[in-house]
Design a protein around this ligand. Structure first.
Ligand code: PSU
Ligand code: MN
Length: 302
């Protein structure tokens, strides 16, 4: 094992017994959700993973170590910490060497999962191609990581603040399988309908596990996206789109760019929808954690 990696007890025991483990990211704790919803949701996701028969491994960089599996007190500490870095895979080495506390994005967490031999990972919405990419060039590292790292990412699609069509085109070019989970339509993160078809559809956890197993057996290097529609919520699509367009306009006026943009947009959309987007977000995060665990359990029995 490399010197930077450290597991908590629950993960050590699960990996040792060959029991399924599901990785969880920490950017949603530090940059995606307000306190105390952030810690409560992270712990609720862990509980979902356990009740489906797998072990949760929340990933972050703490004290110069890439931590795979955090204890409850560590999650609460992260949820209240100031000045936490948000790191994709490119920021991992700097975070480790500087000794700074860092939350991992989808890409950073995928890389940690790969190092730990964890195949499944749950999040809310993956990063993607931003709207206005022709002006900004902003494409999330999440997409490049999916192209090169063999981890299955269970999500509710691509964050609705992004350009969903262009993100799907990118994933196609990059050779990343995208599976609609019980749906023929690619979901739009906070709502079920994006207007885009899912390239492939699987009916349930065993089928998703068989597809990812076949993908690995073929020696394909990429990850895979398993996109589940969110549970129904009180957020309607027109309100969400209106809030999103307004938040995007304000972000542009304020010159928001880079890693700070996504967290800012998520918070602004939550404000503009009176918290409805936040409620939808926490519900889908828990559902995705459960589904990822169910698929990981199914994979372990193949
Ligand atoms: N999904 C959420 N909340 C989040 C994120 C995703 O519901 O906070 C985070 C993930 O960690 C994702 C990151 O990897 O946003 C993408 O950021 P960027 O667009 O800067 O690559
Ligand atoms: Mn970005």
């Amino acid at each position: 094992m490399i010197e930077y990696l450290k597991y908590n007890n629950e993960v050590v025991l699960a990996l040792g017994d060959g029991r399924p483990v599901v990785a969880l990211e920490s950017t949603l704790i530090t940059h995606g959700l307000p306190h105390p919803t952030n810690a409560e949701t992270a712990l609720a996701m862990e509980a979902q993973v356990r009740s489906a028969g797998a072990a949760p491994a929340t990933v972050a960089v703490l004290g110069g170590l890439l931590r795979v599996g955090l204890d409850e007190e560590e999650i609460w500490a992260l949820a209240t910490a100031d000045g936490v870095l948000k790191v994709s895979s490119r920021g991992l080495a700097y975070a480790l060497v500087s000794g700074r506390t860092a939350a991992t994005t989808v890409s950073g967490t995928m890389w940690a999962a790969k190092l730990a031999g964890i195949r499944y990972f749950a999040t809310g919405g993956i990063g993607g191609v931003h709207r206005g990419v022709e002006r900004t060039g902003d494409i999330s590292t999440d997409l490049l990581e999916l192209a090169r790292t063999p981890v299955a990412v269970v999500c509710a699609g691509v964050k609705s603040i992004l350009d969903i069509g262009r993100t799907l085109e990118y994933l196609e070019s990059a050779g990343v399988p995208v599976l609609g989970y019980g749906t023929e339509e690619f979901p739009a993160f906070l709502t079920a309908k994006s207007g885009h078809r899912a390239p492939y559809t699987v009916a349930d956890a065993p089928e998703a596990a068989r597809v990812f197993r076949a993908h690995r057996r073929l020696g394909l290097p990429s990850g895979i996206v398993i996109a589940s529609p969110p549970p129904s919520s009180d957020l309607d699509e027109a309100t969400l789109e209106e809030a999103t367009v307004r938040a995007l306009r304000e972000a542009e006026q304020q010159g928001m760019i880079g890693a700070a943009l996504t967290p800012w947009l998520l918070a602004r959309v939550a404000d503009l929808t009176d918290g409805a987007s936040l409620r939808a977000n926490t519900a889908l995060l828990q559902q995705n954690a459960r589904i990822a665990a169910q698929i990981a359990v199914a994979d372990a029995t193949l």
